[in-house]
Design a binder for this molecule. Structure first.
Ligand SMILES: [Zn+2]
Length: 485
């Protein structure tokens, strides 16, 4: 498998008939034009996983966003460089990532250390195991690898440099216990992403800062955290004493180190808008002395069978669970593509089954058919949809329209294969379960059209013709399914 850098072309020959690349920018609260700051290569930083457990399918949907942006960039003839961090220290169980005197202990323990105790392994063993699982899940969904995956625990030196600079410039201060805090009031436009205002963030609401004598202001957060003597793993020596980094610090340091201080796109799940991205933005801008990230782009959450996916309700579905039920994991990818990345979806086992059947159908269409030509107007419609803030539902509709059109089977196959460069569904793979003869497939297509026109007599007649060829057709939620009798 190739990374993005290896396969994408340069900025020459951009075809403006397809429109410009647009993404919904959370800070601008609008879909805006996106182009590389240097005229050729988009830079993208994606908030990566905290590697203390398997990613669930909702997390995977968030990671897919980065891959879709990269594929849109290819359609726009932009190169792209992607960095995705691996958080293996500093992400607290309370999940707000806020600084506080008690962090590192009790109910705000480091997620890695808590899991290390549960599994009776070292924190780094936990981290490497779940990091490998993360890469496996990405590959299963055809999410192409980023250019690099820096680990927080291996970039501590960078964070110390960042924090020292922020202290020198008066944006950060050392608290009484040796923790270092960011001075929230030193960021003039704090809240630009999430809409939160400092004067509206009351102590005791989401911040426990009013009881922390080390902070000057309740909304300040820890860049570096003092480690209690009971903490023996994931601690480092610094000019301020022994401790560990705050989660937000990691992303500022790794993004600027790897991509420089002009980053075109920063992605993450919608829950990261506040405080994670807000705090990261304040730190990065104070360090670079200008706005570092141009566009903040967020992926929406999903429900599964109508319920929020969470461990506490027992409603957690992994990619492995999808495979264990006999589905192609790319059925999950197709299910996600059926909605735009920033709309909440309700994923169900039925919708995954329908997507699985659809994949087989499209793979069947491309099997043993060659010599077709990609229709230019279909290509234009598909590209315009994909570039328009990743409107994948509209792009898939173009594919369905091509299927129903009067194009030759070879031309349909050529278009499906061309579109798959952006969809990433392995539609060139042989249809692996049944090899449906072309004649049967064609009758089945006619029957689908007849059913859509509510021509039940024709539908029954076609069912008989299919049966005469030794095949049985069943009508399911995902469309017709064919099986040999
Ligand atoms: Zn992050």
């Amino acid at each position: 498998m190739f990374g993005y850098g290896a396969i994408l072309g340069g900025g020459i020959g951009r075809d403006l008939r397809f429109g410009v690349m647009k993404l919904y920018d959370t800070r601008a609260r609008a879909a805006v034009d996106v182009a590389p700051h240097d005229g050729s290569t988009l830079t993208l930083y994606a908030c990566g996983p905290t590697v203390y457990r398997f990613a669930h399918v909702g997390n995977v949907r968030t990671f897919l966003l980065t891959d879709l942006i990269a594929r849109a960039a290819a359609l726009a003839s932009y190169k792209i460089k992607i960095v995705q961090n691996i958080t293996d220290v500093g992400h607290m169980i309370d999940d707000t990532g806020l600084g506080g005197a008690d962090e590192g202990q009790g109910d705000t323990e480091d997620k890695l250390l808590a899991q290390s105790r549960t599994e009776n392994k070292s924190a780094l063993d936990i981290a490497r195991f779940y990091e490998a699982a993360f890469h496996t899940d990405l590959a299963r969904l055809n999410i192409r690898p980023a250019n690099s995956y820096p680990r927080a625990s291996e970039t501590i030196g960078l964070m110390i440099t960042l924090i020292s600079t922020l202290i020198d410039r008066g944006h950060a201060y050392i608290g009484g216990d040796g923790s270092v805090f960011f001075d929230a009031r030193s960021c003039a436009d704090y809240g630009a992403i999430s809409g939160n205002r400092l004067d509206a963030l009351k102590p005791g609401h989401r911040f426990d800062g009013e009881t922390d004598p080390n902070k000057r202001f309740h909304a300040d957060w820890a860049l570096w955290k003092f480690a209690p003597s009971t903490r023996t793993q994931l601690v480092w020596e610094t000019p301020w004493g022994v401790g560990f980094p705050g989660w937000h610090t990691e992303c500022s340091a790794m993004s600027i180190d790897q991509l420089g201080d002009h980053i075109d796109i920063h992605t993450g799940g919608i829950d990261l808008r506040f405080p994670h991205h807000e705090d990261e933005r304040a730190q990065s801008n104070a360090f670079a002395e200008h706005d570092v990230v141009k566009h903040w782009v967020h992926a929406e959450h999903l429900l599964f069978e109508g319920r929020k996916m969470s461990k506490s309700t027992g409603n957690v579905v992994l990619v492995q669970d999808v495979i264990d039920r006999g589905f192609d994991p790319l059925a999950l990818r197709l299910s996600f593509l059926g909605s735009r990345y920033r709309t909440q979806i309700d994923l169900t086992w039925d919708s995954i089954a329908a997507a699985d059947a659809q994949l087989k159908k499209w793979r069947q269409r491309t099997s043993n058919v060659a010599g077709g030509v990609v229709d230019d107007s279909a290509k234009q419609a598909f590209t315009a949809a994909f570039l328009d803030d990743l409107d994948t539902p509209r792009a898939l509709q173009v594919l369905r329209d091509v299927e129903k059109s009067s194009m030759s089977d070879a031309d349909k196959a050529a278009f499906i294969l061309w579109a798959d460069e952006s969809l990433g569904l392995d539609l060139d793979r042989p249809a692996d379960v049944v090899d449906i003869p072309l004649e049967v497939q064609q009758l089945s297509d006619k029957r689908a059209a007849a059913r859509e026109a509510k021509n039940w007599a024709a539908s029954d007649e076609l069912r008989d013709q299919i049966a005469a060829l030794g095949w049985e057709v069943r009508d399911t939620a995902g469309g017709q399914e064919l099986s040999a009798k």
